[in-house]
Every structure is written in C-alpha cells, then in structure tokens.
Design a protein around this ligand. Structure first.
Ligand code: ADP
Length: 376
C-alpha cells in the first residue's frame, strides 16, 4: 500500500497531517502558498491555491489530493478530477463548504435544522429581512469568510453598505444560542463513517478559543441529534475525509446548523491527544479509503485552548520551558508561526478525570503564552 497524499495549502492543518502520515507510512507532500508556511517541513511546491496550473502540476503524481482549507476554486477542482486525480473531498461536496448560501439551500433541501435565513440581493431585501426577524440580523458574505471575517450583526441595511455591491449576501436571524457545539464525522469513499464525540466550542471575537470534549450535559438526545445531522450531511453530500458541523444549541435544546468544514477542524484538535485516533490520522485514513480508527476518548475530559496572538515581544520560545515545567501533563502544539495579534499560533490540550482539572491545566498552560506572562 504505497500511497502519496498531496495537501493543498500549507497552514497548521497541513502541518498536523504530517506526523499522522509518518505514523501510517504514507508519503505526504504539501503545496504551500509561500516559503515558511506552517507546513514547511512537507512543502514540495510553492503556489497559490487559486492558481489552477500550480495545483494541477502539484497533483499530477499524487494518489489522493486533499486540503488544508476550502479555497481552491471549483474550476481548478473540476480540472483535477478530469485529469484523473482522486480529489477528497470532491468538488460537489466542497462547493457546499465554500459558499454559505449554497450551504443554506442544501440544508433546507435535506430538511435539516438551521437558523431562519434569506438570500439578499439589495438593501430593500435586507431591510425587509431585518424587520421580519425582529430588528437584528446577522449578515454574511457567502464566500471567503473565516474566523468571523465576513460576519456582521446588523440593525439596518446601511451597516453592510460596503458589502451590498457584492451581493448576493446571506442574512440570518441572530440566534439566541445557549452555546456552540461541533460534531465531527469521518467518511470513506466506500461509505463507512466514524463519529467523534460531540464537543462544545467557545468562541471569542468570532474565533474559536476553547473546546471541551465531550460537550458537558449532552449525553442522550442532543448527542444523538448532532450525530444524525452529521451523518446525514456526510452521506448526502458524499463527503470524504473529516467533516465538522458547527451547531448552535438553543435554550429549548434545539440544534441549528451554523456552518460546515470539510477537513480537519479546530474543534477536533483535542483528539490528537485525547482520543484513540486523532482527527488528522482519521482524515488520512478516510481520504485513502482505509479502515477508520476508534474515536473513543482516552480520558473522561479533554480541554483544548488555542494560543491566540502570543507574547507581545514575539519570543514564543522563551515561554516554552516554564510552561512545560509547570504543566507536565499538558500537550503543547506549536504551528511554526510568528506571533501576531489574534493569530492562531498553537494550542494546548489537557485531559483529566475531572472537567475542572482539565480546564485549569489547559488554561493555565495557555496563559504562559499571553501577556503579561502568568507564572503559577
Ligand atoms: P466564520 O466562517 O468566520 O467562522 P461563522 O459563520 O462561523 O463564520 O460565524 C462566526 C461566529 O459568529 C459563530 O461562531 C457565532 O459565534 C457567530 N454567529 C454566526 N452566525 C450567527 C447567527 N445566525 N446567530 C448568532 N450568532 C452567529
């Protein structure tokens, strides 16, 4: 079984696929946007993900091509398929993760639960929608958004005057959610699936800050509903690889679909250390159509905290020994990125029998990398 996997995009997700590929004995090569990418260790070609020629040249000698992000244009994806490359997930599936309007249409067709939404083509459309949902709405650019860029809470069409020229836009009710959850599932091209435990995700300023696995108080009905939603989407869209379904949980315990990611996802980083099979290994197994691994947690609770921004002096290295000394049970993952305000430069995961202990360990360890440095 000699296999060569190509990953398009050289960010931290591509980087974290590398150790999993080494363990499985799979060759991995990455198309990075620029030298010095997070996945530099495996970058064999430099080129933009929207440069069809670069993508095609990179893919030529790969058995399977997969992705660090969803931003490869459909035209390039179609060309890859036409040239005989196994593209996983495939273009039809990826299209739904690339375009939030298409996502809403497909979820509606599948009769899956989601926020009240509308496609708006003009200021008048948006004004009418805002009135219909009680005076406040969330407006999203259908394409290219990430980490809260391209998402605005509005009370008037004028709040997105700068976006209306690029309409259509997606408008949604402002969901009064109790918390956000994420359900991951892996799916093989031959159809087998493996569900991860449902997790709780905590966002700050539109960016994932923490993940708790499994989601507290979610056994039974909520977990079953989330699992059903994820498996339904994976099968209906024929997703291959990891799928993450981001969900809102309302006060009356309804689950509403926020968005999808068809790749390893921040909500699954905990599984690298906290589950029998981490999401990066599982993604490789799935895209290579290998038997999927057990997703059973190794401990009662795992908590992942993102390292956001990093120390103001930019000297991440200097903070490492202190953290490792104080928190020998915590697992540190760095992404090889320069600290910059708000940037995801790494994460830590702590696992424990008690949730409080895992939360404390992970937060205290992460605090070593913020300012002022916290010494425990
Ligand atoms: P991105 O693609 O940038 O991750 P999301 O669509 O996931 O954007 O939105 C980012 C965050 O904004 C969500 O995690 C959630 O906290 C908030 N959000 C998005 N849509 C809604 C909504 N309809 N109602 C309430 N909050 C929302």
């Amino acid at each position: 079984m000699h296999m060569r996997v190509g990953v398009i995009g050289g960010g931290q997700l591509a980087r974290m696929l590398v150790p999993a590929a080494i363990e499985l004995g799979v060759e991995i090569e990455v198309l990075g946007e620029a030298p010095g990418a997070a996945a530099a260790i495996a970058v064999t070609s430099i080129g933009a993900a929207d440069d069809a020629q670069a993508v095609l040249a990179f893919a030529r000698d790969k058995d399977v091509v997969t992705f660090d992000h969803e931003h490869v244009p459909q035209a390039a994806l179609q060309q890859l398929v036409a040239s005989g490359v196994a593209v996983r997930p495939g273009p039809q599936a990826l299209a739904v993760a690339q375009d939030k309007l298409l996502l809403r249409e497909r979820m509606a067709a599948l009769r899956l639960p989601q926020p009240v939404w509308a496609r708006v083509d003009s200021a008048d459309d948006l004004t009418a929608f805002i009135a219909a949902v009680g005076g406040r709405a969330v407006v999203k650019t259908p394409r290219g958004g990430y980490d809260g860029h391209g998402v605005r809470v509005v009370t008037a069409a004028a709040d997105v005057a700068d976006w209306l020229g690029a309409a259509p836009l997606l408008a949604e009710e402002l969901v009064p959610f109790r918390r956000e959850l994420a359900q991951q599932v892996a799916r093989r091209p031959s159809g087998g699936t493996a569900l991860n435990p449902l997790v709780e995700t905590v966002q700050r300023d539109g960016v994932c800050a923490e993940v708790i696995a499994p989601a507290p108080r979610s056994a039974g009905r909520v977990a079953d509903a989330a699992a059903d939603i994820a498996v339904t989407i994976a099968a209906a869209l024929e997703v291959t690889g990891m799928l993450a379904v981001e969900l809102f949980e309302t006060d009356d315990e309804r689950l509403l679909i926020n968005e999808l990611a068809m790749r390893p996802h921040n909500s699954g980083h905990w599984s690298m250390d906290g589950a029998v099979t981490g999401q990066f290994e599982q993604h490789l197994r799935a895209v290579l159509d290998l038997p999927l691994g057990s997703t059973a947690p190794r401990d009662d609770w795992s908590v992942m905290v993102n390292l956001l921004g990093g120390p103001a002096d930019g000297d991440l290295d200097a903070r490492v020994p202190g953290m490792l000394a104080q928190h020998p049970t915590v697992k540190l993952h760095r992404y090889g990125k320069q600290p910059r305000p708000g940037r995801k430069i790494g994460h830590v995961t702590a696992s424990a029998t008690e949730l409080d202990e895992a939360v404390f360990q992970a937060r205290a360890a992460a605090a070593f990398f913020s300012d002022p440095p916290v010494q425990s």
